[in-house]
Design a protein. Structure first.
Length: 345
């Protein structure tokens, strides 16, 4: 059980539900564009949002952004400690830094003091691509042991200045090293963990790597807040995170789709039907399971645990509820009839 921190009004760790994060890809100093993107992310299910703060203009925009959104805002700071001070004063709910790259210890002390005065937690973001040179030399690369040692070094630095309101992440772009690093960190400390893979890739491989890496850790009981990093619209990150939480059994919000892989018996456009149902289910908040099956003979039985579903025939299909057939419907009407049945649940 990790200790608990609060990012704005959202608890992280200490038995709180695992939260979903994402990061904007707009220019932070473009307040209108950034707010518009965050509102879309909120609608998709994002619960904590992070914005890059590369310069003073971005730091000064934090307050205006924070006033117009409904979820906590984390600022991402590198190199210039003054940006952290400015963003904290502007109303940021948390600060993500690597304490080792913002300058001398007096600067770390200043950031710690500013965050402590405002009850703002700090996420120590250890990244395999930016580890300290001495650790890379010691371990021969960004190994799990190097990541963990880096994290504890940064923790000690903040502790030195009476700051312990900390969350930790240890990200690499590889699944085995990331899992090993988080497992070691979880064994050695009780700080809440922000779990993710960095530079995971485009949606196809990025979602797969995140499902294995993040999902594997969550299945082991490791992780308090997650971010799926994709080279895509950030909304896709949120959808992927929601799906991962469902698959590992940590959430029941929204609908879950199950569908068969098709075979030579399939006489209906099952793939097209499944894709259409999946897209329309994104707006369904009910905690239900929906099945799309290709065979009218076995479909209802195979998907008996589903709340509702359709099973294809030859140009038509069966609509069923909890394994019981409701009626036969032409293929062109199957999806609409399915969602009418969902509306009745």
């Amino acid at each position: 059980m990790s200790r608990q921190i609060h990012v704005g009004n959202v608890p992280v760790g200490g038995g709180a539900p695992v939260t979903i994060q994402s990061m904007t890809n707009t220019r932070t100093d473009d307040v209108a564009a950034t707010v518009e993107q965050i509102l879309r992310l909120e609608a998709a299910g994002c619960e904590i949002i992070r914005c890059a703060v590369p310069d003073l203009a971005a730091a000064k925009a934090v307050g205006a952004i924070r006033e117009r959104i409904h979820i906590p805002l984390v600022v991402d700071i590198h190199f210039d400690y003054k940006l952290a001070l400015e963003a904290a004063a502007a109303g940021a709910d948390a600060v993500r830094i690597n304490p080792g790259n913002i300058g001398g210890e007096d600067r770390v002390k200043a950031v710690a003091a500013a965050c402590r005065a405002r009850n703002i937690p700090i996420r120590i973001g250890v990244n395999g691509g930016s580890l300290e040179k001495e650790l890379l030399a010691k371990y021969g690369g960004p190994t799990p042991e190097a990541l963990v040692e880096s994290a504890f070094g940064h923790i000690r630095l903040l502790n030195r200045y009476d700051f312990d309101d900390i969350c930790v992440s240890l990200k690499t772009s590889g699944v085995p090293n990331t899992i090993a690093a988080y497992r070691q960190m979880a064994q050695q400390s009780d700080y809440p963990l922000h779990v993710g893979l960095t530079e995971a890739g485009t949606p196809r491989m990025g979602v797969l790597k995140s499902a294995v890496g993040i999902g594997g850790l969550l299945a082991l009981g490791i992780g308090d807040t997650i971010r799926v990093s994709l080279s895509a619209d950030p909304v896709e990150e949120v959808y992927a995170a929601r799906d991962i939480l469902k698959v590992v059994g940590l959430r029941r919000e929204g609908a879950e789709l199950v569908s068969c892989p098709t075979c030579g018996r399939t006489k209906i456009d099952l793939i097209g039907l499944a894709e259409e149902v999946e897209e329309r289910l994104k707006t369904v908040d009910k905690p239900i399971t929906v099945a799309v099956m290709g065979c009218v003979v076995n479909g209802p039985g195979e998907a008996r645990s589903a709340d509702v579903g359709i099973a294809g025939g030859d140009g038509e299909g069966l609509l069923f509820r909890r394994g019981e057939i409701v009626k036969k419907v032409p293929q062109s009407q199957l999806v609409d009839e399915l969602f009418r049945l969902i509306d009745q649940i």
